[in-house]
Write a protein that binds this ligand. Sequence first.
Ligand code: OOG
Ligand code: MG
Length: 261
Amino acid sequence: MRVHEMARILDQATLEAREIERLTVRYPDLTLEEAYRIQEEGIRLRCERGEKVVGWKMGLTSKAKMEQMGLHTPIYGVLMDAMHIPDGSVYRMRGSIHPKIEPEIAFRISRDVRGKLRRGDVKDVVSEVFPALEILDSRFLNFKYFSLPDVVADNSSSSRFIPSAETRRYDPDFPLDRLELRLEVDGKTAHVAGSDAILGDPVNSLIHLSELLEGHGKVLAAGSIVLAGAATQAVPLAGEMKIRLEVQGLGAVSVLVNDEK
Ligand code: OOG
Ligand code: MG
């Protein structure tokens, strides 16, 4: 079955840090639904190696990202324990292909969510909110794909995530849609955006995720981390860099990039 075959090809490419041609060159008729099944099979292969699912990431939820990638539909991917990097520690580029980093807002889920969340229920299922960085590393040649099925099959390009050590208790009255995100590279501002860049409000991204997961018969489990999607373009990682994200009212998160290949 081609779902299994493509999942294996992508999994090998990830393990070997090797770029491959995008899937739709060979299978132009690949559908989005099939791509989510390839993603799921890829996660199953990782679980077989002992990794654990720890959360979900939304992608393509801001205009800046949609325009950077030329794709305009929000998507999701899965976060694994092996992808976690602690706040303030080192990210080693060895084993990566062409990584980029981007600024996100993240949620911690405290109760299983089945079905589409209603806005009024968000306070009952979210315990914390915090800044996070995501490192993307598409397995496709030159980080280019022109169709949604390619990127979805590739676990929506996710490679690592760095949640802030500082978290804030979720409070529905805190204006999560009016915060400034500032991404710094070596102490200089690289990108700034308002949190409303993320589907008008990062909470909308969480709600949209719950809807997409329901469509695929999946549960958003208690304990999960959810990345709402980058508010600005991603920054390519090249050389030794110190990356820091500060989110107004929430705190900061940082990572040091070690470029030894
Ligand atoms: C797709 C993943 C996008 C985000 O936050 O928008 C994403 C990509 O850019 O390759 O993670
Ligand atoms: Mg992202």
